[in-house]
Every structure is written in structure tokens, then in C-alpha cells.
Design a protein around this ligand. Sequence first.
Ligand code: ATP
Ligand code: MG
Length: 424
Amino acid sequence: MNNFKNLRGTVDLLPEQLVKWQNVEKILVEQLSRASIKEIRTPILEMTELFIRGIGEGTDVVAKEMYTFLDRGERSCTLRPEGTASVARALIQSGISSKPPQKLWYMGPMFRYERPQAGRQRQFHQLGVEFIGYQSVRSDIEIITLAWDILAKLGIKELNLEINTLGDIDDRSNFQKSFLNWLEINKNFLDLDSQKRINKNPLRILDSKNVQTREILKEAPKLLDFLSEKSLERYSTLKKQLAMLKIPFVQNYNLVRGLDYYTHTAFEITSGSLGSQATVCGGGRYDGLIEQMGGPKIPAIGFAIGLERLILLAGQELEISRKTDIYIINQGLQAEPLALELSRKLRRYDLLVELDLTGASFSKQFKKANKLKSKSIIIVGDDEANKKEFVIKLFDKVNSESKEETISIKNESILEKWIQNNLL
Ligand code: ATP
Ligand code: MG
């Protein structure tokens, strides 16, 4: 006997769990369309090189977490660990310079070889939003507001927004020089991981979770002191407008998105109710990415929300599935085809219709309808079928019969009226 199991870090989503996923996805898509953001779908599989260039060799994602393999043509392929690089690639490929700015979203599975734990999987899902071709601080504000409102709309409480600025490329490279100097001097006080990052990705050290490193870092040069007037002004506008919009935030000077292409705004939204994997949304401005990937110099900003964590946080009311509107109880040689015909007719309306296929006794089918708390039932036995009619019964809230009517199969207008009066 085979005993197959899913791979570690992957998860089956069964119908019971999918109710909440689908409700959440519906709200997400609704909110995004209302903000006039358009969907983009890119392949899950890409050339490995795309992520090495797009995310950066020195990052954990590229260095340790990618699912990379050779295909039959000996090409190195990778299951996407994130969405931004693919979106940038797709836009460059389809002639980005001739297009106006775009507001885009994507949703789907991502793959990272990490240690699985609550809120952390190897195949997980993200919703991402990218504003491509937007330079002004107003786009930073809209992006942050959008992420905030989406989470609030889902009833998520205890949200914390942390923001930081990384300045422009010049500011950052000035800071980096001074920071590297300091790192060389203080190297021996840092944890091993951070030591390794000095040459590869020094900014990321700011993000270290090591307690001793964090303590030492308090003495390090601060990025904020290296910002130009213009960058500081930009940051201050951002803060002022967030305050005006009544979106509470805290400044976190150690918040970096460790890649070279990030500039100006970086932000994260965490929730107090998530425990150790608290970050539900991460985002920032990446003005350098598209150019770094061989496209024109086009500014952009975006964020990604982890859906597994979002689902954990979203309100319990989203776990409730839609009630069955009509459950069709049927049995008998004449009755069964008639019941099938009826179910097809009923699906023209916005109704949830279940046709019982068990062939079990009427009382058993009735019990099933009851268990589902179906709003109404249709009963077709051979007696009814011979007369080309059926019985439809409505239940009131406590599931006792409240109304009953016998309708001829030919008389569709009566059926329609009944549905309109009772179910729609
Ligand atoms: P973390 O610090 O939690 O590893 P990250 O910085 O790697 O996060 P991003 O690359 O910014 O995360 O991805 C955005 C969001 O996607 C995260 O805030 C998180 O909600 C979610 N996410 C990232 N990795 C995973 C994972 N392995 N499993 C589930 N969700 C994840
Ligand atoms: Mg990670």
C-alpha cells in the first residue's frame, strides 16, 4: 500500500477551510477593484536568474530559500519566492516605456525553503500590490493606506504600522560607507550571521534579531543622519499625511528591506495577535529595480500580504459558508430525471441549489436538507413526477415548515415568482 503524504511545509486546503479563504479573497478583490487596481498573472515558474538579479544574491531568499532545479532542457528554473520580480519582468517584456503608470495586484502561491512553523510554510500565498511608474509621495501614502484599509476591512485588530525611510540611492551609499567603517571596527561584537552579511548585504544587519547585535547597533551611524534635505522633506510629508488620515504609525529606524533597489519608504504591518510570525504585510519603494533588471528607469512602490497570516487574523464571521437555498429531495424512476431538469432551471437564478444524488429514502434526504439548514426544499417523488409537478416548501428561521406550494413543471412563471418572493 502506498502511503503518500504532502511535502513538509505544504498544506492542503479542504472545503471547510476554503470557506474562509474564499470570503477573504472576495473582499480583497472587491477592495482592490474599487481602488481601480488591475490584476496581473505571471507564471509560477521563472528563470532562476530573474530572482538572483531581482531579489539579490546576498538575501536569505536567494541564498538559502529558493526551490531551484534544472528542467529537461538543462535550464535552471525556480518556483517564485515572491511576486515583484516577475511583475517587473512581465512589464519590461511587454514594453513598459510606452505605457502610462499602472496600479497592479497579484495573488497566488510562493515557495521558500524555510523551517515550517505556525504562520510559516514552504508553499504559502501572497497578495501583492505594485504601483509602477509612480514617483510622488502621494503614491506611498495611497499604498500604505490601501494595505491598512484592507486589513481593517477584514476586521483585523491590534494592527501596528512601522515606517522608515532609506533615502535615495546617494543618501544610502553615503550612509553605507560610514556604516561599513563602523562594522569593520565592531565586527567582533556582531553575531555570526551579521558578520557574514558585512560584505554581501550590510544594510540587512540593521534588521538582525540577535539581542547583542541589536544592542551594539544602537551606537552605529544612523541612516536618518545621512538623508538629504529633499529626502527628509519627503519623509516628513509622508508622516504628516498619515497623521492627517488618522493612520497611527511608529518609526522604526532598523526597518530595512535589505535590497539595493529599495529607496525612501519602507513599511511593515504587524499584528499583536499573531505571536512570533507577526508581520502580515511588508512593503516599500523600489525605484531602482526595473532599471536593475534591464528596463528603463521607472519608479515603483508595492507591498505583499501573507495570506496564511491574514486568514489566521481575519474575523470568525468569515468562516460561515453560504446557506443552501434549495435542497432537491427526489427518488424514483420518473422523479430523478425531473429533479435533474429542475436543478438546471434553478441555476439560472442566483441560488445555491443542491440536488440529492443518493437515492436514499425521503426521510434520509429530508434529514440532510435539515442538517444543511436549507432555506427551502423541493420534493419530487414518482407521484408528483407522473403529474409533472413538484412540491416546494419554505422553512422559517427555526427550520420549521412555513409555506408549501405544488407547482407544475411547465409553469415556470409561478416558480419564478415563488423564488422571487421567498428566496431572492
Ligand atoms: P518574515 O520576516 O516573516 O520571514 P519576509 O520579510 O521574508 O517575512 P516578505 O518577503 O516581505 O516577508 O513577504 C511578505 C509577507 O509574506 C510577510 O510579511 C508574511 O506575511 C508572508 N510570508 C513570507 N514568508 C512566508 C512563509 N514562509 N510562510 C507564510 N507567509 C510568509
Ligand atoms: Mg522571510
